[in-house]
Ligand binder design. Structure first.
Ligand SMILES: Nc1ncnc2c1ncn2[C@@H]1O[C@H](COP(=O)(O)OP(=O)(O)OP(=O)(O)O)[C@@H](O)[C@H]1O
Ligand SMILES: [Mg+2]
Ligand SMILES: [Zn+2]
Length: 333
């Protein structure tokens, strides 16, 4: 069964995330998956990276910009490298506007409004890392753009990705508080109007602000639903056959379970191939890896587990990417 079938791709846009410890092969697997989906399954694919190290440009050996860039030689595949700093600036602007929206001309001093605004400010301050929030903002934008069948996310090392996935929870809390603020202010404004007939308050404007906040809340809820829907979203954990990488993946799995984000595949990359003429060093190394693979089986036994052998050279360029894709998704030999 193809990845697109498994994800029920006939139905609309789908999302595939790759996460794992630094250097285990997230970018490699994301690129291979994106190429496979476009070449073998005929999908319109966008592969996204928020890594400042321009790793997609490196692996595809071409310049990839902050706008979707067609990948030379692969029909139906585009890539985008989001500059985290630029995205963070955009995000701050958006949040400032949302914040202003929820404020009122002098009204916050009245009847507890100030306390609520303080609470709101605190929530803004306790936001997750600005980079993750910015990446999330981009994610929301991409979700609204339905020109792709699949969006593949090449993510930063696990910790960052998971914080990124917690953004909707935090945002939802913020927006809920803002809605509370608006409601209180509206009551105050109505009261003032009854007491002083000429008091300055514009109810239509008030309603519009509340409406916008409610809309935002709904959007965030939709994203949370999408991310936790196994027919729309797949998170794949990448690791090497080493304890540290396996433990990090295990921690990640727990966090993903907490956010109810479905993990459908575990990839063990850079596994030593078995050879007839192996030397003592390789034999010892492979024995150790076999133990680690048993550990992977123990912790992730209920997932689909794939192995990618260690290549003599790094994975760069379409030829190598296709080789990895064939190993991951091709018919078993
Ligand atoms: N199976 C493999 N055999 C040999 N080299 C590999 C293999 N998989 C990946 N590599 C190489 O390992 C390095 C790290 O891979 P990659 O960039 O995909 O990891 P990453 O998890 O995205 O790293 P980062 O956390 O820095 O983003 C790259 O140089 C890549 O070419
Ligand atoms: Mg990478
Ligand atoms: Zn050897």
């Amino acid at each position: 069964m193809g990845i697109s079938e498994k994800l029920g791709l006939s139905k609309g846009q789908r999302y595939v995330f790759f996460g794992g410890k630094g250097g285990v092969g997230k970018t490699t697997c994301a690129a291979a998956t994106a190429v496979w989906l476009s070449e073998e399954e005929g999908k319109e694919v966008l592969v996204v990276s928020t890594d400042p190290a321009h790793s997609l440009s490196d692996i595809f050996d071409q310049n990839i910009g902050s706008e979707p860039t067609p990948i030379e030689g692969v029909e139906g595949l585009k890539a985008i490298e989001i500059d985290p700093e630029k995205a963070a600036e955009e995000y701050v602007e958006v949040m400032k506007r949302v914040y202003e929206m929820s404020k009122d001309k002098g009204m916050e001093d009245l009847f507890g409004g100030e306390d609520l605004l303080k609470e709101q400010e605190e929530l803004l301050k306790s936001s997750p890392g600005i980079d993750e929030a910015a990446a999330f903002q981009k994610f929301m934008e991409l979700m609204k753009d339905d020109s792709y069948d699949v969006i593949v996310f090449d993510t930063a090392p696990t910790g960052h990705t998971l914080r990124f996935l917690s953004v909707p929870e935090t945002l939802e809390r913020q927006v809920k508080t803002m809605i509370k603020v608006r409601r209180t202010l509206r009551q105050v404004s109505k009261m003032l109007k009854t007491l002083i007939p000429f008091a300055d308050s514009d109810e239509d404007e008030e309603d519009e602000i509340l409406e916008n906040l409610e809309k935002m809340k709904k959007e965030i809820e939709e994203i949370r639903e999408t991310l936790s829907d196994a027919s729309l979203t797949a998170f794949r954990l990448v690791m090497t056959p080493e304890e540290m990488a396996i433990y990090e993946a295990r921690r990640a799995l727990r966090t993903l379970n907490h956010y109810e984000i479905p993990v459908d595949m575990v990839i063990v990359n850079k596994v030593m191939p078995k050879r007839a003429d192996e030397c003592e060093f390789c034999r010892t190394r492979r024995k150790m890896e076999e133990k680690r693979l048993k550990l992977v089986e123990k912790y992730f036994g209920d997932k689909e587990i794939h192995q990618i052998p260690m290549f003599a050279e790094e994975v760069r360029g379409l030829g190598k990417i296709r080789q990895v894709a064939e190993i991951l998704y091709g018919e078993p030999a």
